[in-house]
Design a protein around this ligand. Sequence first.
Ligand code: IPM
Ligand code: MG
Length: 355
Amino acid sequence: MKTNLKIAVLPGDGIGPEISAAGIQVLKAACRKHGITCELNEGLVGAAAIDATGQPFPDQTLTLCLDSDAVLFSCVGHPRYDNDPSAKVRPEQGLLAMRKKLGLYANIRPVSTFSCLLDKSPLKRALVEGADFVCIRELTGGMYFGDKFEGEDHAFDTCSYTRGEIERILDVAFRYAERRNRRLTIVDKANVLATSRLWRRIGKEMAPSHPEVNTEYMFVDNAAMRMVIEPTYFDVIVTENTFGDILTDEASVISGSMGLLPSASIGESTPVFEPIHGSWPQAAGKNIANPLAQILSAAMLLEHFDLNDAADDIRRAVQASLDEYVRTPDIQEAGRQAYGTREVGAWIAERIENQ
Ligand code: IPM
Ligand code: MG
């Protein structure tokens, strides 16, 4: 078991620096308590990196990531670029470059509910109660990275997948399903897309080697509907990059807030732990963003290195903060004073030291 961690911290844009600070405070508290030495080094990514270097994922940041055991990433994106279709360099390219250069082909997005937040979901309590699944999103292929063309009157993005890319992500998914409730849903659009048919064919080739896993295939439109009419249906979902992006934003409404879902991106090189949400520029600097997705990403980081006691401590303290209504506005109960990003982070860190 690893007891000294070297972590690259990439706060990025918008609410990034605030949730990052809270995540670090909590991570440090958990490490201190469990005798884990934790060296943190900050790097630039996104609009912050463009401003400083002209590049959304500078070489220096890549080197920092490659020299680290893990990356604690926050979020990127800035309205300056969203409103300028002619911008050649965009903050999001920093995130995509990081995923590609670190070979992070598997994005693990667990979706579950906190019983005290069930009424925060716009979905009926009876539907979301007990929902607990993992969405495994392919992260370095598909339309995000395929050939592109952008002309005045014509544009295209190509969805392309090779056998190797599909096999390695399905392999991750089968292994997750084996460790969980042994139900795997491979989500595609095989009635229309060639890439989906290849995914399905390879899925059917691989399934017999995992006889204990009940593997099924579901069209993405149907899966999107199923996710809101019966979210408890799923155990492990695996899907290509774009479908996974869309389905996991949809899945976040099950837990009650975008600010609650963490993720792990793993692959060939340094793993990255990041919230699934974006940079929420309108909230930047206001101390109102929910730091829990970031804090739970830090717990996933520790679990990746089998530092399960430290991770459990974080999860327990997060649960306590919710139970004791130490919550940011997005999840606070009506009539109760909400806490700030900083205050929630500090409370959880202190709780870890004392629990
Ligand atoms: C996510 C985000 C990113 C994505 C954006 C910021 C490029 O939405 O991690 O889900 O589309 O992958
Ligand atoms: Mg997304």
